[in-house]
Design a protein around this ligand. Structure first.
Ligand code: EPU
Length: 418
C-alpha cells in the first residue's frame, strides 16, 4: 500500500471511530543514533527490531558510503564497521535528515577527525549545532581554520556543561567521548529514553557509561567491541496513534507500547476524558467525547514531548472548551495549524501558544504535510472529519512512521495512498 517513491498523498474518509490492535514499531529517534554509533564499534554488531523508514534508509546509505557492510536479517540489521574508511559525508547525504549529525561524534572518536556539517531534518526553526561543536572543543578537538566544519585532534575526557538538555548534542558527545582518554562528564544532559537505549547498545559492546536517564552522564573513554541490542518501542508513534484514537473516538490496543515513556501525553489525554489502561506489554485506550485538559507546555523529557504536540492539538480540535498548547522546545513548530484550520479547527496563534476552541464538527479538506509530526497530526484530524481529506507531502510522514496507512487501515480507518 505504501513505501514506494511514487506514493505522494494520503486520502482519508473520516468520521469512523477506530477499533482494533496495532503493533508499535521500533523507535526512529532511538535507532538513528544507534546506526551512527555502529561506526564506533570495533566488531560487527546487531540492532534488533529496526523499523522500515525512509530516515533509516538514509542512515544506511550513509553507513554504506562510509564503507560499512550492512545486511538486513528480517527486522534486524547486521553492521560490520571494520571496513569503514571515510570520515566525512557529502552535503547531499547530510541534508537528508537531522539524524546524519549523529555520525560526527563516533567518527571523531574513531578517526580523531570529523566534519560537523549542518544536517537536514524537519523545518522547526533555527536548529543550530553549536552545543555539539562546543562539546567537541571541550574534548580537546580543534576547529580547522580553513574549514570550520572540520574538528580534529587527540581527545581527552572533560567536564561538559550543556546550556540546554539537547537530545542530539547529548548523543553526539557520548559517542565522541568514547574516543577520549579518561573520563567525560556531561552535565545538564538530556534524559530521553532514546539516550538510555543508545547507552545500553554501547554497553552491550563493553562501553563504560553510567548515569544515562539522569542529567549527569559519565563516560570512560574506550571503543566498544561487538554490540547487540533491540530498539525500544517508538513512544511518539504510540502517542500519535493514541491521539488519533482520541480524535476519531473508539478503542485501540497499542501492542508493545511502553507507557512510562510518554506518561505526560497519556495523562493529558486522560484529563481530556479518555480512558487508558496501562499494562506492561501494551496500552488500551478508549475515547468517546473530549473536553479541554487545560494548558499544555512542551518540555524536554520527562515533560510533555514536543514531538506529540501536533497530534495532541489535532485531538483537541473537538474537545469542549478552550485548550492552550505552548511550544517551548522549537521556535517554529506550528506548521500543522493551517491544515487543521482548513478542516474547520478553531485555532488562534499567539506566538508559540495555540488557543484551540473545541468545535462540534470537522470537514475534509485538501491539506499538505510540511513536517513529519505535523503530517501525522493532519491524518489524526482527518479521521474525525466528515468527508474526504487529501494530505499531500506523504513522504514527510513515511520518514518516521512505519506502515502508517496500513496501521490506520488495520484500525478500521478508510484510508488510501495515491
Ligand atoms: N539546540 C541548540 N543548539 C544545539 C542543539 C540544539 O540551540 O547545538 C536547540 C534546538 O534549536 C532546539 C532545542 O535545542 O530549540 C532542542 O533541540 P534538540 O537538540 O534536543 O533536538 P534534536 O536532537 O535536534 C531530537 C529529535 C527530534 C525531537 C527533539 C526534542 C532526533 C533525530 N530528533 O532532535 O525529533 O523533537 O530531539 O525532543 O532524535 C521528530 O522525531 O519529529 C523530531 C523532530
Amino acid at each position: 500500500m505504501e513505501g514506494g517513491e511514487y506514493v505522494k498523498s494520503l486520502l482519508i474518509r473520516g468520521g469512523k471511530p477506530l477499533f482494533g490492535e496495532i503493533p508499535v514499531s521500533g523507535s526512529k529517534n532511538a535507532v538513528l543514533p544507534m546506526l551512527a554509533a555502529a561506526t564506533a564499534f570495533r566488531e560487527p554488531c546487531r540492532i534488533r527490531g529496526v523499523p522500515e523508514l525512509t530516515d533509516v534508509d538514509a542512515a544506511l546509505e550513509i553507513l554504506v558510503y562510509l564503507g560499512a557492510e550492512v545486511h538486513r536479517d528480517g527486522a534486524d540489521l547486521l553492521i560490520d564497521p571494520r571496513p569503514i574508511c571515510r570520515w566525512r559525508l557529502p552535503e547531499a547525504l547530510m541534508g537528508k535528515m537531522r539524524g546524519s549529525v549523529f555520525f560526527a561524534g563516533p567518527l571523531l572518536a574513531r578517526f580523531g577527525r570529523c566534519a560537523l556539517t549542518p544536517p537536514g531534518g524537519c523545518p522547526l526553526g533555527d536548529r543550530p549545532v553549536n552545543f555539539h561543536a562546543q562539546g567537541f572543543l571541550a574534548l580537546g578537538a580543534e576547529r580547522d581554520k580553513n574549514d570550520p566544519e572540520v574538528f580534529s585532534g587527540r581527545l581527552t575526557g572533560n567536564e561538559i556543561f550543556l546550556p540546554y538538555p539537547s537530545v542530539g548534542a547529548t548523543e553526539n558527545l557520548i559517542l565522541g567521548a568514547l574516543g577520549a582518554d579518561g573520563t567525560t562528564v556531561i552535565h545538564n544532559a538530556a534524559r530521553e529514553p532514546e539516550i538510555e537505549c543508545l547507552c545500553a547498545f554501547l554497553r552491550s559492546g563493553g562501553a563504560k557509561i553510567a548515569g544515562d536517564g539522569t542529567n549527569r552522564i559519565v563516560i570512560t573513554g574506550a571503543m566498544p567491541g561487538s554490540g547487540d541490542f533491540a530498539v525500544i518501542p517508538d513512544r511518539m508513534e504510540a502517542a500519535t496513534f493514541a491521539c488519533a484514537a482520541a480524535s476519531a473516538g473508539g478503542k485501540v490496543r497499542l501492542e508493545g507500547a511502553e507507557h512510562r515513556h510518554f506518561g505526560p501525553v497519556l495523562d493529558a489525554l486522560e484529563r481530556a476524558g479518555c480512558q487508558i489502561r496501562r499494562q506492561e506489554s501494551h496500552i488500551i485506550m478508549e475515547s468517546a467525547g473530549l473536553h479541554s485538559p487545560g494548558e499544555i507546555s512542551t518540555k524536554p523529557y520527562p515533560g510533555f514531548p514536543t514531538d506529540a504536540q501536533a497530534a495532541f492539538m489535532a485531538a483537541m480540535l473537538r474537545a469542549e472548551g478552550e485548550t492552550v498548547i505552548r511550544e517551548t522546545v522549537f521556535d517554529h513548530r506550528m506548521h500543522h495549524v493551517p491544515g487543521l484550520r482548513a478542516m474547520g479547527g478553531d485555532i488562534e496563534l499567539e506566538g508559540n501558544a495555540a488557543h484551540i476552541r473545541g468545535v462540534k464538527k470537522l470537514a475534509g479538506a485538501e491539506v499538505r504535510a510540511s513536517d513529519l509530526r505535523g503530517g501525522a497530526a493532519l491524518a489524526a484530524a482527518a479521521l474525525a472529519a466528515e468527508g474526504e481529506t487529501r494530505i499531500d507531502g506523504l513522504h514527510h510522514i513515511l520518514r518516521g512512521y512505519e506502515h502508517f496507512a496500513e496501521k490506520l487501515h488495520a484500525l478500521g480507518a478508510d484510508v488510501r495512498t495515491v
